[in-house]
Write a protein that binds this ligand. Structure first.
Ligand SMILES: C[S@@+](CC[C@H](N)C(=O)[O-])C[C@H]1O[C@@H](n2cnc3c(N)ncnc32)[C@H](O)[C@@H]1O
Length: 228
């Protein structure tokens, strides 16, 4: 599905979020602590917009890796990095977010933007994120969520159920993918449950920052600085 929608993914992303996605990704990238020589991995990197925010925010970062299962998405990401002269700053690989093949305790930061909802086993993906982090490292998850206020939530659900599949089918000619989008957002864990999954995966200080009245959220957790 992601290979199919890859060519129109960025346009629809910016359009359907009214351009708010730029600011959400910038805020997510800012949650990874600053410092020279950091190593960061962005899972489900897609066309690389969160990866680009990470590169912009952490110019001194030593090593940035982007992983995705879709070759179509990775090709667009490669091209985007090349056009911006950033190809040398990031390494892209095809891999499953729940089984990255990356070494244990190897990254200072691990991020995933609008990706964890698509992984078949969310607790497993969280455990993998925790496994590859160095002790004291930070995980940042940016994901769609549903507003808590009843009226706003109702309005947002109408938008998700009617406008999103319609615009998705007109622009990407793939209404099915955009019906999947609204269903997967509605099915995703509420914040309290997601934070509890993060704690179960081993994260400390799990917290959430709601964005734009709660239509997206940033979740953050830390791996204990002392190996347990
Ligand atoms: C909605 S896009 C998000 C892309 C990007 N992170 C962003 O912020 O725009 C979701 C991405 O998750 C990828 N994906 C889905 N399941 C995955 C998995 N199990 N492992 C790795 N990537 C996955 C898809 O190929 C797609 O590129």
């Amino acid at each position: 599905m992601f290979d199919r929608i890859a060519p129109t993914y960025d346009l629809l992303n910016h359009l359907l979020s009214f351009g708010r996605d730029y600011s959400w990704r910038r805020q997510a990238a800012a949650q990874i602590g600053a410092g020279g020589g950091l190593t960061i991995v962005d899972l489900a990197t897609g066309t690389g917009d969160l990866l680009l925010s990470l590169l912009a925010r952490h110019r001194e970062t030593a090593h940035v890796v982007g992983l995705d299962i879709s070759e179509g998405m990775l090709n667009l990401c490669r091209e985007k990095l090349r056009r911006r002269g950033l190809a040398g700053r990031a390494e892209l690989r095809r891999a499953d977010a729940a089984a990255t093949q990356l070494a244990e305790n190897s990254f200072d930061g691990v991020t995933i933007g609008f990706g964890i909802r698509n992984t078949p086993d969310v607790p497993k993906t969280l455990r993998e994120m925790h496994r590859i982090l160095k002790p004291g490292g930070t995980a940042v998850i940016l994901e769609f969520s549903l507003p808590r206020t009843r009226l706003w939530r109702w309005c947002y659900l109408q938008y998700l159920r009617l406008a999103v599949p319609f615009l998705g089918s007109v622009i990407s000619a793939d209404g099915q993918a955009y019906r999947y989008l609204n269903r997967s957002i509605e099915k995703f864990y509420p914040a309290t449950e997601f934070l509890s999954l993060m704690r179960d995966a081993g994260f400390r200080d799990a917290s959430v920052i709601p964005l734009t009245f709660g239509v997206a959220s940033i979740y953050r957790g830390r791996k204990s600085p002392i190996s347990e």
